[in-house]
Design a protein around this ligand. Structure first.
Ligand code: 1Q0
Length: 215
């Protein structure tokens, strides 16, 4: 294990979502947003190969976003607002049916954005849970109230079956590498408001531009 992996803690990942917010919480820096997701996927990998079908999809979406960020128009992808303005004004988004721009930044980020809602619900449930709470139940409830609404039956089935393999709450908290249960709860209480702000702001921008149903 490398030294960076040893130090890996969920707190550092959630801090990326704090670093996202600029201009009085009126914009989101995409580089930090993507880094937050990279950290989350790394965390998910430590839960075992059962989630590899999830991480594969998440990694491919992260890579799409990274290629835009590092590409010739990278500056246009610096923030959420600049990406939306650039892609819409340059006709780079398939609005009703996937055709010429199957992997626009807008549709790719929308998938991550929907997953962020799951994360928000799941972590909040974990924060207020007690020792007897089952992580698989919390995760399933969070999923059913968010991402599941956008997934076909077969994906929902695969996802809910994989949740059964989630470790107990204590093990989960240990993997987070934050400290005692009290410290985990405090850390979640401190960082979740930033995740919520990022989620709410993204939702607002997508809603304003009618982008919430991108194919
Ligand atoms: C901790 C357990 C992880 C459970 C992850 C829950 C999400 C289930 C999602 C199932 C996704 C199935 C794969 C494919 C889906 C795609 O069809 C779909 C749509 O994309 P497209 O291109 O076909 O239109 N993709 C998505 O919906 C994106 C899904 C991304 C999910 C990313 C999840 C990353 C998870 C990180 C785990 C963080 C753990 C947090 C720490 C917990 C602390 C205790």
């Amino acid at each position: 294990m490398s030294s960076t992996e040893e130090k890996f803690s969920l707190k550092e990942v959630l801090v990326s979502f704090k670093a996202c917010l600029i201009d009085d919480d009126k914009d989101v820096i995409l580089e930090h947003y993507v880094n937050g997701w990279k950290g989350l996927v790394r965390f998910m990998s430590s839960l075992g190969t059962i989630f590899s079908f999830v991480s594969k999809d998440a990694v491919s979406k992260i890579q799409i976003m990274e290629s835009y960020l590092a590409g010739p128009n990278g500056e246009r992808y610096r923030t959420l607002q600049s990406m939306v303005e650039y892609e819409l004004s340059s006709d780079l988004v398939d609005l009703t049916k996937r055709s010429d721009h199957t992997d626009s930044g807008c549709r790719t980020l929308l998938r991550l954005h929907r997953a962020l809602r799951w994360l928000q619900l799941f972590l909040e449930k974990l924060r207020v849970s007690n020792e007897d709470s089952k992580t698989s139940t919390l995760c399933t409830e969070a999923y059913n109230d968010s991402l599941a609404n956008f997934h076909p039956w077969i994906v929902r089935k695969a996802a809910t079956v994989s949740f059964i393999a989630l470790p107990y709450r204590n093990t989960f908290f240990e993997i987070m590498n934050v400290g005692t249960t009290e410290e985990v709860v405090a850390m979640l209480g401190e960082s979740m408001p930033y995740v919520t702000k990022v989620y709410d702001f993204t939702q607002e921008v997508y809603s304003q531009h009618n982008l919430l149903e991108l194919p």
